[in-house]
Write a protein that binds this ligand. Sequence first.
Ligand code: MSP
Length: 657
Amino acid sequence: MKPAYYITTPIYYPSDKLHIGHAYTTVAADAMARYKRLKGFDVMFLTGTDEHGQKIQRKAEERGVTPKQYVDSIVSGIKDLWSLLDISYDRFIRTTDPEHVAAIQYIFQTLYDQGDIYKSEYEGWYCTPCESFWTESQLVGGNCPDCGRPVEKTREESYFFRLSRYQQALIDLFEQNPDFIQPPSRANEMLNNFLRPGLEDLAVSRMTFNWGVPVPFDPKHVVYVWVDALSNYITALGYPDISGDFARYWPADVHLVGKEIVRFHTIVWPAMLMALKIKLPRQVYGHGWLLFKDGKMSKSKGNVIDPVVLCNKYGVDAIRYFLLREIPFGSDGIFTNEALISRINSDLANDLGNLVSRTAAMISKYFPDGLPVKRCAGLLDEDLISSCKALPETVEAAMEKMQFSQALADIWRIIGRSNKYIDDTAPWVLARDPEQTPRLAAVLYNLAEVIRVVSILLQPYMPATPGKIWRALGIDDPALTTWSSAGVFGLYRPGTRLGKSEPIFPRIDIKKEIAELDALLATAQPESVTAVSGPADSGKAAVQPDIAGVALIEFTDFVKVKMSVGQVLSCEKVQGSDKLLCSQVDLGGEIRQIVSGIAQSYQPDDMPGRQVVVVTNLKTRKIRGMDSKGMLLCATTPDGYRLLTVERQVPPGSEVG
Ligand code: MSP
């Protein structure tokens, strides 16, 4: 039987669309899950959504929808995002799943019955965005020590979990299992900041809102969202049924989490498991954050990046590669458009793309019937071949420590070496001398074989690219693409004929691309879109997949429409029409002529001086022989049209969106 491997991501709050920071964790977990499958493990890869809590209830109230309606719409977008990013999860848990809810009630009841949970009163501070309780002394400058946002004073009757009872057992756990928390620096942080100063019992129920799992024996209370959320790792395996998947996969091999929630995973979660007499996870890996130059990506700062926009522009594998390569896992890293573009251009287009396309092109040009069996080894080969043979082990060593960036750097080292091998062996020179044909064949064979090995090892990080490489080299036997076949040099089949190959990663014009990306990301902020229909204050209680039969468009379609505020300079009736007016509109220096069908609602004299909203990137239309270069936006009412305008004067040419 295959050995089991269980890996989890945090379950995400479906309070808004997810951004590139959330994608980062999930892509890393996916790479690990794919790597383990490739190595022959029976993998359980779990992700999901953390749907209860005050934050979600408030968001839903703001939108005028029920919490369940609200989360349903966001969760379907999250699943779409994971499918776009090629995330190969095996199970997706939602904390609103009835089996999960029943299991939480069982857990709460069990802990209460055995005296690990008791009733008292909570007085302190609560950070709603983090769903965290804090004491006065833990606040930093009066704010949440985790996220820096304001906290709310809370005083309510509450159930408490006897966390303090587990303090010594947790200290022992940390001290006796140095691998339990990775990277090790996070263990010291937990020991010094939380465990050694002394653990207080944890409030584990709330009364001031009701979007949560009701406490079974006291339904005025709902279970604290972190108790509900952390338990997902076992309820997804069927707990409290401890046969079946639970027996097969628990304990988890690794919980992958962002560093800000290591505390919950290494203190609260193990203590809960100890109380329930369940084995502890083998490891909690706290990775770093994807930052911007001005700090953490956050909705309130308006600096979040939509992964959909990036994937649509550069392809999923390029974005996955960037996330895994750019930042050593565990450390923080800064996202810049420049770093993204230069990685795509230098690593993917220049290094990998070039190696594959040059090799495939030379094989089909010099050996249209495929490489011959007769080949002649040369002095330069040994170094390339021996490093290629060592590569799977090097990659494995990095992956076992979740050093994705290191594993990719190791793979790219051999890609670089192979490109240099092409330059050093100069196949185009060998091709001029028929006596050198066996040498030319050996050079190209070695290159094809290195590329085959590289493509096998790339599968966890870039799931679509290896297939393209295999097509380019005519590799169609699955036996040549297994992990174990990567350790054997010499499996590529002579006589393989190659078709015409397409560039795997086309080269890009860096300057132009950065300018375009800057513009695109500036307009495409994910939090400005929501799957909830109707404006926030419309009071309409509906979350719908589409609006009254009108197909929904992607945000990326919407941003194609460019709009600006214009100021009407002059206006006249169009001769021979009682519906059309022709206006000259100032768009910030550019004067445009725009013909609109509003003559029955506005007189030409009404128009000069008005500020109007103009669609500026429509193709020029000829209306009654006159060029119209744009469109004025209007509301349609039973009494005619009403021009859209701005709430107060703005400079003509100001962008709308
Ligand atoms: N619901 C809790 C987790 C419960 S797990 C039992 C939660 N959700 S979250 O949606 O706010 O964040 C989940 C995770 O997203 C973070 O722990 C982290 O892994 C990831 N990230 C969110 N923003 C990130 C960055 N800017 N950079 C890297 N990871 C980020 O916390």
